[in-house]
Design a protein. Structure first.
Length: 164
């Protein structure tokens, strides 16, 4: 999911956000939220990276794999992004008991995690005027903590994702 400012409806005056020029340079650019959803435990977790390269995805997959026992197979449903089909990722998945399941082109709605991105955007991104990426990251991680505390199964292994 791209993390970029979104317009919304609020009482604030319309126009451009007020940012200092140096701060704007730091905020310029879009960050990527690499997220995972455990369907059985109703747990949502993820990590934010500046880009979504194969190496960034591999780091996130390593953290995901560390949450579950090695003998337990993980079915990883994802879109057809080119970086997801990198040989390095395919090899990692094959050697670490991860089954890659790709959604058909233009059918991202088949991925159960997509339903959770709307509320996350409404709670954390819409109507915000963040001065830096760190503020937005903290808000997203706080939301994930709150969401999992109130909705996720307490025994879900994915709750350990933030520890690794």
């Amino acid at each position: 999911m791209d993390l970029k400012p979104q317009a919304g409806m609020c009482w604030a005056q319309a126009g451009h956000p007020q940012r200092v020029r140096a701060t704007y340079r730091r905020l310029h650019g879009v960050e990527q939220f690499l997220a995972f959803y455990d369907v059985h435990g109703d747990c949502l977790a993820g990590v934010i990276h500046r880009r979504k390269t194969s190496r960034d995805v591999l780091l996130a997959w390593r953290r995901l794999r560390a949450c579950y026992p090695a003998a337990q197979r993980i079915y990883l449903v994802q879109d057809n992004l080119r970086s997801h089909r990198n040989p390095m990722l395919v090899d990692f998945a094959a050697t670490h008991n991860i089954k890659l399941v790709f959604t058909p082109t233009y059918a991202s709605w088949l991925n159960a995690i997509e339903a959770h991105f709307g509320p996350l955007k409404r709670f954390c991104i819409t109507n915000t005027d963040d001065h830096d990426h760190a503020t937005r990251r903290r808000r997203i991680y706080r939301y994930l903590t709150w969401r999992n505390r109130h909705h996720a199964d307490r025994g879900c292994p994915l709750r350990l994702f933030r520890i690794y």
